[in-house]
Design a protein around this ligand. Structure first.
Ligand SMILES: Cc1cc2nc3c(=O)[nH]c(=O)nc-3n(C[C@H](O)[C@H](O)[C@H](O)COP(=O)(O)OP(=O)(O)OC[C@H]3O[C@@H](n4cnc5c(N)ncnc54)[C@H](O)[C@@H]3O)c2cc1C
Length: 374
């Protein structure tokens, strides 16, 4: 089919990467986001090799690697600080890319934004999609400023809390995982290379980990129950409390937290839409249709893969329904593997001592399965 103009709703990793991948194929792209301005602060992320492969394909790999800290293995610790194991991380992007990097979300967003602008993507902030209407081979959008325009395709990349999802006939909604998470960006010593620590038995605590994001900074995550207790503690004190039984490098990290630390808490939800992701010419991508607990750090990677595989299909010759069906059939088994593994790991996190639980094996197997191109 010949696609000339596309509207993308949402400027997170999914929307921006889709915009870039389409613009690289000479499609005119307009991207809107409801945010009145881009947030310049945010947390760290672990970016796996298969996400780096997408960054290479869209022409930003050098900038991304320059902002990230490479990690090719993960250290596992007991809560008391003793090393449990060092596991090599599968190179899901191929041998010529690092296994993973740690980076700050706003740095990556900034890189994608620059690339989208360089390719002529028109970006408009403070706007939402109010409604849409499908026609035989186009779709019309009505935006929150009252303007109406017709497009070959509209992409919904609004994230897990998407308001448009039910309007596409998708009945699945986001669901609780039973877990919450605290994240903090803080300082680290040069010799601290990242890892995760498992809770002491019978304390009811969950996993804690950290990933370097620069020469002297890292982000910490602390898994916990899904509700923030009303215990009178400030956020930084609450995270220190949750980390109290962890030692070794985590002693240093815990003590580094204070009133000025950038911290946030959120409940972890998930969604997986196995059925069609589109209605007529309006297509949902990324976390609108698949979001997982971040236990193998594949959420953003799967969103990025959606973007490039979608652009590849959308710009081929052929019938739209047929191309979209092929795109969908190519993505579902791969994403299902990530969803199943992530939910199983979340279940084991919630039920320590489950017989036969083997998180290391499940993580490794699910990542090895991603080594093939998406
Ligand atoms: C705690 C946590 C840790 C994570 N860690 C990792 C990790 O280490 N590695 C990894 O790969 N992934 C990780 N992820 C997953 C990753 O963050 C997400 O998969 C990814 O950010 C989703 O991108 P997205 O663009 O689909 O959605 P979002 O990032 O949610 O972007 C959606 C965008 O759409 C805009 N928007 C929403 N509604 C509208 C509307 N109605 N109109 C216009 N604009 C709208 C929003 O303003 C936003 O800019 C983590 C997720 C969580 C929750």
């Amino acid at each position: 089919m010949s696609v000339r103009n596309v509207l993308i709703v949402g400027g997170g990793f999914t929307g921006l990467t889709t915009a870039i991948a389409l613009a690289q194929r000479d499609v005119q792209v307009t991207l809107i986001d409801k945010a009145p301005a881009w947030a310049r602060v945010g947390h760290g992320l672990t970016i796996q090799g298969n996400a780096l492969r997408v960054f290479r394909e869209i022409g930003v790999i050098d900038e991304v690697l320059a902002k990230g800290q490479v990690e090719n293995s993960v250290m596992l610790y007991h809560a008391d600080g003793r090393v449990m194991a060092e596991l090599p991380t599968p190179r899901t992007g191929g041998d010529d890319l690092p296994a993973t990097i740690g980076a700050l979300r706003p740095d990556l967003h900034e890189i994608l934004l620059r690339r989208a602008e360089e390719l002529g993507v028109r970006i408009r902030l403070g706007l939402e999609l109010t409604s849409f209407e499908n026609h035989a081979d186009s779709a019309t959008s009505v935006l929150s400023d009252g303007t109406t325009e017709t497009w070959d395709v509209i992409v919904i990349a609004e994230g897990i809390k998407s308001q448009t999802r039910p309007k596409l006939g998708i009945t699945e909604d986001r669901q609780p995982t039973g877990l919450g998470i605290w994240r903090a960006v803080t300082s680290r010593l040069p010799e601290m290379t990242g890892g995760m620590a498992f809770p002491p038995d019978d304390t009811g605590a969950y996993k804690v980990g950290y990933t370097p994001v620069s020469d002297d900074q890292c982000y910490i995550y602390v898994l916990c129950p899904p509700e923030r207790p009303d215990n009178g503690l400030a956020d930084w004190q609450e995270v220190r409390r949750l980390m109290a039984n962890y030692h070794g490098e985590l002693d240093y990290l815990r003590e580094s937290l204070g009133p000025d630390t950038f911290l946030n808490f959120q409940e972890i939800e998930w969604i997986f839409v196995e059925g069609p992701w589109h209605s007529g010419r309006v297509v949902a991508l990324g976390e609108v249709v698949h979001a997982v607990p971040p236990l193998i750090a594949q959420g953003a990677a799967q969103c990025l893969e959606d973007a490039v595989v979608f652009a590849e299909h959308l710009t081929q010759d052929g019938d739209f329904e047929h191309l979209l069906t092929r795109f969908h059939s190519r993505r579902i088994p791969r994403i299902k593997g990530v969803v199943d593994a992530s939910l199983l790991l979340a279940k084991w996190e919630l039920h320590p001592g489950t017989p036969d639980a083997d998180p290391g094996r499940v993580m490794a197997e699910s990542l090895v399965a991603l080594e093939a191109a998406p």
